[in-house]
Design a protein around this ligand. Sequence first.
Ligand code: SF4
Length: 353
Amino acid sequence: MVNEWVYCPRLAYLEWVEGAWADSGDTAEGRRVHARVDKASGALPAADDISEEDRLKTRAVTLGSERLGIIAKIDLLETEDGSVTPVDYKKGRRPHVEKGAYEPERVQVCAQALILEDNGYAVAGGALWYTAARERVPVVLDEDLRARTLTAISELRLAAAAARRPPPLDASPKCVRCSLAGLCLPDETNFFRKSAVPRPLNPSDEPALPLYVQTPGARVRKDGETLVIETEDDKVTAPLIGISQLVLCGPVSVTTPTLHELMRRDIVVTWASTGGWVMGHTVGTGTKNVDLRTAQYRASFDDRRCLNIARGLVAAKIRNCRTMLRRNWKGDADGARKTDALARLKRLAERAP
Ligand code: SF4
């Protein structure tokens, strides 16, 4: 998350402090790249047990530092000549920029190195591995990078303690690709802060669709990033990234590893009769925030709170329509109809809660 703070403080805050998350093509591709490196392999010896002769590769190492107040999952840790090198995997190709990589990525590797040093390891340097080009970029852990990383860590922790969202970036091209743009509303926020005119905002095109399996006797299993559906005489595949829900009608079976993967990805599995009557759902645990879960459960018994939440949802939908309308209006030149429509939506939103 420290790298995200360097990329955009508001993004780091939304994800890390507020627990917001939205998938995009970029995040899905990043997850695919990490699917292999996230599998732990090899054991990392304690710092004191590493000898000059050791030549080790350890994957998916999780370490923390109390001094820094952060933990890191290191994709690959190479041990050689008595010291270690953290290697972080990135999708795509290396950028041709000064120092070989963007600052957030170098900061991420540096944060891993600082954690390793706090755990007693000698760190030779860091590296980034770009999977598309299969290219390795060394990360030099110089004083500037160390200072930048320490500053980012303390800024992030301070922002979390203060519980204050950082302001959005200003007319940044990063926002166009940001999966949380719809939640962050950078241009609207800046409009009210500095009267900057919002750019058009397009609702994201939902690429994932429900997958129905209706053939009696069909078996569903996972193969890498795809689901394989097999019957006696047929076999079809569907990429996991394109599935929003799996609906199994009648005598259809699914393997346990597939169920685990679907739950991990928050893809709901719906069990239905052959005739399509819904019998139940299998869902992942979702958020791991226990306080949030407890509060939700308690609220579910309170009719007044339930009604308020429902009204809040309706009001939010109306406000969302206002945002889309304000950004994308292509009607009359003087905007009189737009102003009128926005005013009516505002009144409706105020009546809802
Ligand atoms: S939309 Fe822009 S300002 Fe908002 S979180 Fe994303 S990158 Fe940051």
